[in-house]
Design a protein. Structure first.
Length: 111
């Protein structure tokens, strides 16, 4: 096998491992959000990340867009909802941006 072929094989193996790692991260993210929501706590995406970490170690532009996508996806599924509160980010890479505070979505009770 040529060196190019070996390099491509190695790159493909790394991408496959990364994809698996991201899937594991997504599962842990959902479980953590569900626990916070079930306990009735108000929380931010940073609170979730304090448990599960970022999906990728690279904090560059667009490297961790999955965090916002996950929060919004869980909101669309009716698991969480935004409050009117916002908090300053604690992560240096966010430069003090204000981020949404979330709670478990209100469950409708049928009579």
């Amino acid at each position: 096998m040529s060196q190019i072929g070996l390099d491509l094989k190695e790159r493909g193996m790394e991408q496959a491992k990364s994809a698996h790692d991201v899937q594991t991260w997504k599962q842990q993210f959902v479980e953590t959000v569900q626990q916070l929501a079930d306990n009735g706590w108000a929380f931010t995406s940073e609170d979730v990340l304090s448990y599960v970490g970022l999906p990728r170690l690279d904090v560059g532009t667009n490297a961790n867009n999955a965090v916002g996508a996950m929060m919004n996806g869980l909101a669309k599924r009716g698991i969480i909802q935004k409050t009117s509160e916002r908090r300053k980010s604690r992560r240096p890479s966010s430069h003090g941006a204000e981020i949404a505070v979330w709670v478990g979505a209100a469950k409708s009770v049928s009579a």
